[in-house]
Design a protein around this ligand. Structure first.
Ligand code: NAD
Length: 463
């Protein structure tokens, strides 16, 4: 649905009214377009002394042919040169240059005093980042730090990045990427995502990259040859997921309830996919999913997107509403995963991706059933990730306010509050959730396992 306030905010009269009343001013966010490069503009790179990730960062920037700049940091220039990255000179007294992205290797920060490196690097350029720009800080996973002081300093990065996300406005998104020791070569899919408009509505997030096999991919079609099953694919977020995974090269099996057959057929025909009209709560749903993918070489990716809300305060909630929501949103996911994992139903390097919700992180009035189910989904991810084998990974996205039929049905005042109470001052689009799912689905994302990334424009809910 259209955001009329956003359109108004762009008009001359709207700009005047919003400025004078101090109202939120939503920027039109850049979104992915295959005709544009990963980063449309200059990238400024910085690093604290003795960082261990500048090589990996430089490698990615070289691979995407980023127009990269750095200040007078000899160590960084030398590391970049070894990766074939040319860093143009940037004098931090230059107030004219504008950057589309700023990437800082914070892995060298060993203690809290050295956090000043962040200040020294970002303070002079804080006003020089373009609209829909990106701030990315890359650090060492605190749990793998060599000393307690280093772990504390690395943990501190989170507060810095989340504050930048709230402060910079203009649709600028800030992310923190923690990299385990030895996982440098697994960084590329995450960095590409965080740099690009694919992460338009993802901000203030922490993404953890762990060490895993490195698989080379065609970055234009990272899912070529893969088969993906998307539940709830006939409309809304599921429809967008089906489109994005298909764009990335996958054959998509679109799953939804039989009542949705017409829309399911439409979506599948738009993307050259196939359909599976079943209820995911059926006892044999896992088996049906496995069988549906046999002709395509088995399931490589399963996206558990189907979900419902049945909101009532706890005192007014009928038991069947509790049961329905828990069964569809949580128990069905557990049963399907159990079946696929126990019956060889997921190929090696398979991907399980769940759709949670910020309601499952923060809780929400009238949503005890829904929030319990969506917090349970986070539990599925956290407790399944460590026991997976054969390169299979599991991750989740937790959407905030996304413009769909579900949110269009919310009463006006609550809807406006949900839309504006985030760093982007607007709702996200189904495609924003789909792009984040595509990051986890990517064949290159071997190092992403057990992550929960919110797609919420850095919503204040559960912040
Ligand atoms: P939607 O209602 O538009 O679509 C959900 C789809 O799931 C429908 O096509 C429906 O038929 C299908 N479905 C429901 N029960 C099913 C079952 N038993 N078996 C098979 N399919 C079933 O909702 P949406 O807004 O696109 O949401 C998609 C997911 O994102 C849900 O899990 C939802 O909880 C989550 N989410 C949405 C938002 C938002 O703002 N829209 C925010 C947070 C989380």
């Amino acid at each position: 649905m259209t955001d009329q306030y956003q359109a108004f905010a762009k008009s001359p009269i709207g700009k005047f009214v919003i400025k004078n009343l101090g109202l939120p001013a939503p920027t039109f966010l850049d979104r992915f377009d295959s005709a544009t490069p990963v980063v449309k503009g200059a990238v400024l790179v910085g690093a604290a002394p003795a960082g261990t990730l500048s090589g990996a960062i430089s490698q990615v920037l070289a691979n995407i042919h980023a127009n990269s700049y750095a200040g007078n940091n000899v160590e960084l220039q030398q590391v970049a040169a070894t990766q074939g990255l040319k860093l143009n000179a940037f004098n931090d007294g230059d107030r004219e240059s504008k950057f589309k992205a700023v990437v800082f290797d914070a892995s060298g920060i060993q203690n809290s005093e050295q956090l000043k490196e962040l200040y020294n690097f970002f303070n002079p350029v804080a006003r020089q980042i373009l609209a829909s720009g990106r701030v990315i800080v890359v650090g060492t996973t605190p749990e793998t730090a060599k000393t307690v002081k280093q772990a504390i300093a690395q943990r501190a990065l989170e507060g810095f990045v989340k504050s930048v996300g709230k402060e910079f406005k203009k649709g600028i998104a800030a992310q923190l990427v923690y990299v385990d020791e030895g996982a440098e070569a697994n960084l590329e899919s995450t960095l590409r995502f965080a740099l690009s408009p694919r992460s338009a509505y993802v901000s203030g997030q922490v993404i953890r990259v762990s060490k895993a096999d490195v698989i080379d991919v065609d970055w234009v079609k990272p899912l070529a040859g893969k088969t993906a099953v998307v539940t709830g694919a006939s409309r809304g977020i599921g429809e967008a997921i089906a489109h994005v995974l298909s764009r990335d090269g996958a054959h998509v099996i679109c799953l939804d309830v039989p009542q949705q057959q017409a829309d399911l057929d439409r979506v599948a025909s738009e993307i050259g996919g196939s359909t599976l009209a079943i209820d995911i709560t059926a006892a044999d749903a896992g088996q049906k999913i496995k069988e549906a993918a046999v002709a395509q070489g088995g399931v490589d990716i399963i996206v558990h997107n189907a979900g419902i809300t049945r909101d009532k305060t706890l005192a007014n909630m009928k038991p069947e509403l509790w049961d329905l929501v828990i069964n569809i949103n949580l128990s069905a996911i557990e049963r399907v995963n159990d079946y696929l994992l126990e019956h060889d139903g997921l190929n090696a390097n398979g991907r399980i991706i769940c759709v949670s919700s910020i309601s499952g992180i923060a809780g929400n009035l009238g949503q005890t059933n829904y929030a319990a189910s969506k917090a349970g989904v986070i539990g599925v991810v956290k407790f399944t990730a460590p026991i997976l084998k054969n390169g299979i990974t599991i991750n989740a996205v937790a959407p905030g306010f996304i413009e769909t039929q579900m949110t269009a049905a919310i009463p006006f005042a609550i809807r406006e509050a949900g839309r504006r109470m985030n760093s982007m001052s607007q709702g996200g689009l189904p495609v924003d959730v789909a792009e984040t799912i595509a990051l986890f689905a990517s064949t290159a994302s071997t190092g992403l396992n057990g992550n929960v990334v919110r797609v919420c424009g850095q919503s204040l809910l559960g912040a």
